[in-house]
Write a protein that binds this ligand. Sequence first.
Ligand code: NAD
Length: 446
Amino acid sequence: MEKSVHYPESIQKNEKLYEALIHEISKDEKSSAFDNALKQFDRAARTLKLTDNQIAVIKEPRRVTEVKLPVRMDDGTIKIFKGYRVHHNLARGPAKGGVRFHQDVNVEEVKALSFWMTFKCAVVNIPFGGGKGGVVVDPRKLSYGELERLARRYFAEMIDLFGPDRDVPAPDVNTNQQVMAWFMDTYSMHMQNYVPAVVTGKPLDLGGSQGRVSATAQGMAFCVHRAAAHLNMQLKGAKVAIQGFGNAGSFAAKLLSEDGCIIQAISDVDGAFYSEKGLDIEAAIKHVQRSGSLKDFHKASEAQKMSEPMDLLELPVDILIPAALENQITQDNAERVKAKMIAECANGPLTTEADDIMERKGTFIIPDILCNAGGVTVSYFEWVQNRMGYYWNEKHIFEELKRYMDDAFDAVLQASLDYQVPMRTAAFIVAIQRVTKAAELRGLYA
Ligand code: NAD
């Protein structure tokens, strides 16, 4: 049995991490979040008065590939899985975007997510286009060995699409460092070469980057510093509420509490916890490390458990950080949201209707494609380091990340002031201008 094979300790850890990674995503939530992104794109395209030709070139994906993946199961039978890779736009560089393993993966979703990547990479001005991939599979039903064979077959089947100058995948829902290591090894074996730059999000021992784990929250924190300066808001003593306490949310809480913010509320799937004078974030992180979630955190600390977790979004705080799911602030609760600033770690936490309400109320929103782009920016640094064969320390990574995030924030704020539009439309304006410019300079080949 594959399961009884002895893996080195680091891989066993990854196997556990892999199990912990598996979580449900709702199809409806994903697609309506994408509908919102399309509406935001259209708003920006209208403001820029793009022609139909310009819109056609940058809105639709360039290449959609579907493959059938035969995989030998542990019992000797062969099962066929369906896999996709979409290249949305390659005007600014190789495709960049994750590969997800999930039973609900479908081509429309993968196309939508690749669209998002094009504009996220353009906002932070890293030299990548947009891509995304997926395999229709419930990975909980595979053994470790079956998972490895599926991952390798996915990469091998589309080997010609991938490459450091063509398409550079990364982890997404239910894929992790170990899956990236298998992708990288499969590609390297085909090329008869060591080619770490073909994927990012690899283990540190195999060319991964320092700083990747906290990069998304760190990027958000740099944006919040810039936004606070713009709004004349003192971060020391500012009150903060954070929805979601996973990778993005827990590091967000840690970094902002180090800045002197008072983290009054945090939440996860097991409840929301509040303290007027501020929660002990180190204790909350240790609690989650010990018990797997925030469940019963109020019994182990001075925190109060909130009777209705969604009320966290409506607390009278200065900064609200949605870091969990899509569509959390809608026309139903937007009027009651009191935060002066919303920093979107999650993708698509506000609907377009909520956006309009928040704009009327004068709330300053740092939109997802800017706010959570720290992760993909450090992935870019991983690719750069792999190609140089020279590795930076965490201090250097964060100095570079700050430079990219500050430049991106300033460009978006300037567009918001120039065009008199909210920050979200401004982020799309900056991104669309960069993609359109590159596409026009390249022209049409044949
Ligand atoms: P994660 O799986 O590590 O954490 C998700 C957290 O949300 C968990 O604490 C979970 O318990 C909590 N949660 C789930 N349902 C909830 C609910 N109903 N109410 C409150 N909390 C709930 O995920 P993550 O990597 O931290 O990602 C969070 C969001 O940030 C997602 O939208 C993701 O797409 C986005 N994002 C993450 C990264 C990254 O690098 N981690 C990068 C870009 C965007």
